[in-house]
Ligand binder design. Structure first.
Ligand code: DPP
Ligand code: ZN
Length: 884
C-alpha cells in the first residue's frame, strides 16, 4: 500500500469547469455518463498526462471533443485512467462507465440501502461512480440527470435546483438537477427511491424563502419533527452569530439506515444515518435528541465552513471539521447549558482523543501522511481540531473571532484552501501574531502543563511558574514549545474572585482592566518551554483556578492541594473548574485505591470525598445536570490511561467499589433525587427537563449498584412507569448492571416491546455489548446471530461490536476471548465494508498499554489480521501501524 504525504502536494495540471452527469439507474447495472469541460492549468502546452481516479468501474467508452479515443491513447488499471496526450486547449471529455450499486456493500460511491439508491463520496467515493480527478481542489459546476423506473424510484434527488422532470418510455422518468455553486466531487450526492417528506420553510435574513424537506419512508415522518426544529434553529443561529445565510431555495435531508458516517454535508442534499434524524419521546433518549440537534447543526454549518470554502487537500480536513465541530458545540451551548455542554465535550476529548494522541495512531490535527484518508476522520482531527479553533476565540474574544471569520470568507469564498489560510485570516483580522501557534497543526501528542505557585505575603506577589512538555509520538521524537492560552482566576479565602490588575512576565508588564473595570479572569499567553507569570497587589494567598473553561487541550499538572481542590469544588465561579476540581480529586482517589487493590489492601473511601459529593448533591442552587456530571466518576479508560501498566480488572473493581460505597453512604440523598425528579408532564426537549432526567437517572444507576431488593424494586418501578425512552432506557440500564433474573426479564421485556423499531433494538444491542457482567463475550457472540443483527449495517456493528470493545473488563478478558472475538469479526467485516472494519480494528491499537499476557494475546490477533489475504488498505494501515 502506498503512503501519501502532505509535503508532496502538487497543484493539478488540469481543472474541470463543468461536469454534466447522467445516471441510468437499473436493477442489474447502472450506466453513468460524465461530460466534463477540462481546462489545462499552468502547464498548458507542456501536455502533461491527465490522470483520473477510478475504482470498481467498467469503462464503456471515452471521447475527447466527440471522438472516441483509440486504445493506444489511454491506459486503464484498477485505480487510474490515464490520457497520455490530452489537447493543450480547453476540451470536452466524455466517459461512460458501468457500475453495480446493488452489490456495493462498502457503502461508498453509489449503493443501495433498503431498496433506495444513495451516495457517499467523502473522502474518495466519487471515483467509484466515474473516472474523475477525485480531489477537493477540483471545484466545478455540476448538473445531474437521473433516469429510473418511476414506480420503484418515484423520488429523484441531487444537489442544487430541480430544473426539469418528466416521463420516459418503459415506465421510467427523469429529473435534471443543477447546482449553481462550484463544488468538489466529495460533495456530490444522488438519491433515488420511495421516500416521503416533511415539508417546511425558512425565511432567511435577506428574505429568501427556503423550502426545507426531510425525506424518510412514510412511516417515519412523525419522527422527523425534532430534526426539522434543529435545522431551523441552526439556520437562524448561523445568521445571528456569524452573519451566514443559506444560499439556495431548497435544503434536503435524506435519512438512510445504512451509512458509514454519522451524516454528510453534500451541497443542499445532506444524507444522514437514521439514528441522527429520527426521534420521538417514546423511542429516543435525551442523548439522542441532543446528538440530532448537534449533527443537524453540524452538517448545515458545513454549507459555509466546508462547502463554500473547502479544503485544498485531505490533509487539511480539520480546516472544515475542527471549525464545524467548534460551531456545532457553540450552537448546542447557546441552545442549552454552556457549562454542561463544555463538560460533555471535554470528557469526550479525554476519553477518546487523549488515548489516540498517546498511542501508535497519534497524529497532528493536520496529519503528515496517510495510506487511507478514511482512517483520518478521527477524534483528533475533529475534537482536538475544535479545541484549536476554540483557542483563537479564547485569545481574540467573541468579536475578534467573528472578525477573523468574516475575513476568512471575504478572502476565500469559492476556494479550496489550507489551515494556514485560516490562521492568517484570524491573525490579520486582529492585527495579532500567535508565535508557535501553528505547532498545534503539526505536532501530535497531548502537552502537559505543569504549574507551581508561590505567594510572598510581604511583597504581596503571587507567581505561577509554568512548564510545558509535549510527549514524543510516532515519527516525532522531539517537540517544540506550543502557544498555550491559560485562563486563570485567583480565588480568595471567602471564595470570591480577586480583581487582577497586572501581570508581569517575560520582562514586560501587562496592565489589565484598561477601562477601569476589574478583571477576574485573564488569559496567560504561555509560549515557551518555561515561563513565570507574576501577579502584584495580591493581599492574601489565593487559590488559583487554572485553565478556566478548559482553555487549551492539555493535561494540567498543578500543585493544588487536596484541600485547595475541595475548596474550588465548593466555590469556584468558573463552573467548569468546579466540576474539574471534583474530577481531579476523583482521579487521584481512584489511582490510589487501584494501588491498594493491587497490593490486596482493604479498600477504604476517603470520607472527605463522600462529604464533598454530598454537599454537591444537596446544593439546590446548582444546575441539576451539572450535579449529575459532578457526581459521575471519571471513566475506567481515563484512569487506565494514567497508569504505567493499564489494569482493567483493578480499575473496574475500584470504580465499582466507590460507586457502591457512595450509594450506601448517600442512599437517602440519592433516593430523594430519584423520587423528586420524576417526570410529571409529557416529554419536552428543554434544558430544565433534561437536567431533571439526567440527575434522576444518574442517581438511580448509583442505587442499583447496591443490588438490594428495595433498589431493584425501585428500578423496576421506574422502568415500568416511564413515559419516555430516556427514563425507560436508564432504568433498564440500572436493572441490567447485576446478573440475575431481574436483568434477564427486563432485557427480554424491552426487546419484545421494541422489536419492530430497529433504532431501539440497536440501543438494546449496545446496552448488552457494553455490559461489565462477567463472561459477557459469550452473550455478545450469541447476539451476532440474533435475527435483528446485521453485519452489513454500520449502526448495528458500532452498537454491538464497537460497544463491546468499549467495555474494559470483557474486551480485555485475560483469557483472550474478547480479542479473539474481535479478530475474527474484523476479517469478516473487512470483506463487506473496509471502513467499518478499520474502525473496529482500532480497538487493538493500544495493546502495549497492558500486561504481558494481554499484550501477547492482542498482538497475535493483529499479526493474524495483517497477514490475512486480500486485506483492505483501511485495515492494513491501522493494524500495521499498531504493530510498528
Ligand atoms: N460527513 C462527515 C462530517 O460532517 C464528514 N464530512 O463530519
Ligand atoms: Zn463535518
Amino acid at each position: 500500500p502506498k503512503e501519501i504525504f502532505l509535503k508532496d502536494y502538487m497543484k493539478p495540471d488540469y481543472f474541470f469547469d463543468t461536469v454534466d452527469l447522467q445516471f441510468q439507474l437499473g436493477e442489474e447495472k447502472t450506466i453513468v455518463t460524465s461530460k466534463i469541460v477540462v481546462s489545462p492549468g499552468v502547464k498548458a502546452g507542456v501536455s502533461a498526462p491527465l490522470v483520473l481516479h477510478g475504482r470498481d468501474l467498467i469503462l464503456l467508452s471515452i471521447k475527447v471533443n466527440g471522438t472516441e479515443l483509440k486504445s493506444e491513447e489511454y491506459t486503464v488499471n484498477s485505480r487510474n485512467l490515464r490520457l497520455s496526450t490530452p489537447p493543450a486547449d480547453v476540451f470536452n471529455l466524455e466517459i461512460v462507465t458501468e457500475i453495480y450499486p446493488q452489490l456495493n456493500t462498502s457503502l461508498e460511491g453509489l449503493y443501495k440501502s433498503t431498496g433506495n439508491f444513495c451516495t457517499q463520496c467523502e473522502a474518495e467515493g466519487f471515483r467509484k461512480i466515474t473516472y474523475f480527478q477525485d480531489r477537493p481542489d477540483i471545484m466545478a459546476k455540476y448538473t445531474c440527470c437521473i433516469e429510473a423506473d418511476k414506480t420503484l424510484y418515484p423520488v429523484l434527488l441531487s444537489n442544487g435546483n430541480l430544473i426539469e422532470q418528466g416521463d420516459l418510455e418503459g415506465g421510467k422518468h427523469y429529473a435534471l438537477w443543477e447546482d449553481p455553486f462550484k463544488k468538489p466531487s466529495y460533495l456530490f450526492a444522488l438519491v433515488a427511491g420511495q421516500l416521503d417528506c416533511r415539508d417546511d420553510s425558512f425565511v432567511t435574513c435577506s428574505g429568501r424563502n427556503v423550502a426545507l424537506r426531510i425525506w424518510t419512508p412514510a412511516q417515519d415522518l412523525p419522527k422527523t419533527a425534532h430534526a426539522m426544529y434543529s435545522l431551523k434553529a441552526a439556520m437562524k443561529w448561523d445568521e445571528e452569530v456569524f452573519g451566514l445565510e443559506y444560499d439556495l431555495d431548497l435544503f434536503n435531508i435524506v435519512v438512510v439506515p445504512d451509512f458509514n458516517m454519522g451524516a454528510m454535508e453534500n451541497k443542499s442534499l445532506n444524507i444522514f444515518q437514521s439514528r441522527l434524524v429520527l426521534a420521538s419521546p417514546e423511542t429516543a433518549t435525551d442523548g439522542d435528541y441532543a446528538a440530532i440537534l448537534g449533527v443537524v447543526g453540524h452538517e448545515y454549518f458545513h454549507n459555509w465552513t466546508g462547502n463554500r470554502v473547502t479544503c485544498r487537500d485531505w490533509f487539511q480536513l480539520t480546516l472544515k471539521e475542527g471549525l464545524t465541530v467548534f460551531r456545532d458545540q457553540e450552537f448546542s451551548s447557546d441552545l442549552g447549558c454552556r457549562t454542561v455542554k463544555r463538560i460533555a465535550d471535554v470528557s469526550k476529548l479525554r476519553i477518546y482523543q487523549f488515548p489516540q494522541d498517546a498511542g501508535p495512531m497519534a497524529h497532528p490535527i493536520r496529519p503528515h501522511s496517510y495510506i487511507k484518508m478514511d482512517n483520518f476522520y478521527t477524534v483528533t482531527v475533529y475534537e482536538k481540531g475544535a479545541e484549536v479553533v476554540r483557542m483563537y476565540k479564547t485569545m481574540f474574544g467573541a468579536s475578534g473571532f467573528r472578525k477573523g471569520m468574516d475575513l476568512y470568507f471575504q478572502r476565500h469564498d469559492g476556494q479550496a484552501v489550507t489551515c494556514e489560510d485560516f490562521y492568517a485570516a484570524m491573525c490579520d483580522a486582529n492585527n495579532a501574531q500567535l508565535p508557535n501557534f501553528l505547532q498545534w497543526y503539526s505536532q501530535a501528542g497531548t502537552p502537559t502543563v505543569k504549574v507551581v505557585s508561590s505567594y510572598d505575603p510581604s511583597s504581596q506577589i503571587f507567581s505561577l511558574k509554568l512548564t510545558q512538555e509535549v510527549p514524543p509520538t510516532p515519527g516525532q521524537p522531539v517537540k517544540e514549545p506550543m502557544f498555550i492560552p491559560v485562563a486563570v482566576g485567583l480565588v480568595d479565602s471567602t471564595g470570591k474572585d480577586m480583581p487582577l490588575t497586572s501581570i508581569y512576565s517575560d520582562g514586560t508588564l501587562q496592565t489589565l482592566s484598561s477601562d477601569g473595570q476589574p478583571v477576574f479572569t485573564t488569559v496567560l499567553q504561555f509560549k515557551k518551554k518555561e515561563e513565570e507569570f507574576i501577579f502584584k497587589n495580591i493581599p492574601e494567598r489565593p487559590v488559583p483556578s487554572l485553565l478556566r473553561g478548559y482553555s487549551a487541550p492539555v493535561r494540567l499538572d498543578s500543585d493544588l492541594s487536596e484541600s485547595d481542590l475541595f475548596f474550588l469544588l465548593a466555590n469556584d465561579s468558573d463552573e467548569f473548574n468546579r466540576w474539574e476540581a471534583g474530577q481531579v480529586l476523583a482521579r487521584k482517589l481512584m489511582l490510589s485505591l487501584v494501588a491498594d487493590f493491587q497490593q490486596q489492601k482493604t479498600l477504604v473511601l476517603n470520607p472527605k470525598f463522600v462529604a464533598g459529593l454530598r454537599s454537591v448533591l444537596r446544593n439546590t442552587s446548582l444546575d441539576k445536570e451539572f450535579i449529575a456530571k459532578a457526581i459521575t466518576l471519571p471513566g475506567q479508560g481515563e484512569i487506565m490511561d494514567m497508569m504505567e501498566v493499564a489494569d482493567p480488572d483493578a480499575v473496574h473493581a475500584v470504580r465499582n467499589f466507590i460507586k457502591q460505597e457512595l450509594a450506601l453512604q448517600l442512599k437517602e440523598d440519592l433516593l430523594a433525587a430519584v423520587t423528586s425528579n420524576r417526570s410529571s408532564e409529557s416529554y419536552t426537549f428543554d434544558h430544565d427537563s433534561m437536567a431533571r432526567r439526567a440527575l434522576k437517572n444518574t442517581c438511580l444507576a448509583y442505587l442499583a449498584s447496591l443490588n438490594e431488593p428495595d433498589v431493584t424494586e425501585l428500578a423496576l418501578h421506574e422502568y415500568k412507569s416511564a413515559t419516555n425512552m430516556t427514563e425507560q432506557f436508564a432504568a433498564l440500564g440500572a436493572l441490567s448492571q447485576n446478573p440475575g433474573q431481574a436483568r434477564d426479564d427486563a432485557l427480554l421485556d424491552f426487546y419484545n416491546k421494541w422489536q419492530d423499531d430497529y433504532l431501539v433494538v440497536s440501543k438494546w444491542f449496545a446496552l448488552q455489548a457494553t455490559s461489565d457482567i462477567p463472561g459477557n463475550v459469550a452473550n455478545v457472540q450469541k447476539l451476532l446471530s440474533h435475527p435483528a443483527f446485521d453485519l452489513r449495517n454500520p449502526n448495528k456493528v458500532y452498537s454491538l461490536i464497537g460497544g463491546f470493545c468499549g467495555s474494559p473488563v470483557n474486551f480485555h478478558a485475560k483469557d483472550g476471548s474478547g480479542y479473539r472475538f474481535l479478530g475474527e469479526i474484523v476479517l469478516q467485516l473487512d470483506k463487506i465494508n473496509p471502513q467499518v472494519a478499520s474502525r473496529m480494528v482500532s480497538a487493538f491499537s493500544r495493546w502495549r498499554r497492558y500486561d504481558e499476557t494481554r499484550q501477547a494475546l492482542a498482538k497475535a490477533q493483529l499479526e493474524m489480521i495483517v497477514s490475512a489475504d486480500g486485506l483492505s488498505e483501511n485495515v492494513y494501515e491501522i493494524a500495521s501501524k499498531s504493530l510498528a
